[in-house]
Design a protein around this ligand. Structure first.
Ligand SMILES: [Zn+2]
Ligand SMILES: [Zn+2]
Length: 50
């Protein structure tokens, strides 16, 4: 399964980060750009992170 950035939906590059939602343990990915800009992400369970 291909994971995309949870913030902007972009394909991930090698500087992207993948981590687990603290609430539901699903994998969440953020691209390098969103990570740098500290853009919020929202998990499918409703959890919002910095
Ligand atoms: Zn992004
Ligand atoms: Zn979640």
């Amino acid at each position: 399964m291909k994971i995309k950035c949870a913030s902007c939906g972009a394909d991930l590059d090698d500087k992207s980060v993948i981590f687990e939602c603290p609430k539901c343990n699903k994998k969440i990915a953020r691209c390098n750009k969103c990570r740098k800009l500290n853009i919020k992400y929202t998990c499918a369970c409703g959890f919002e992170g910095p």
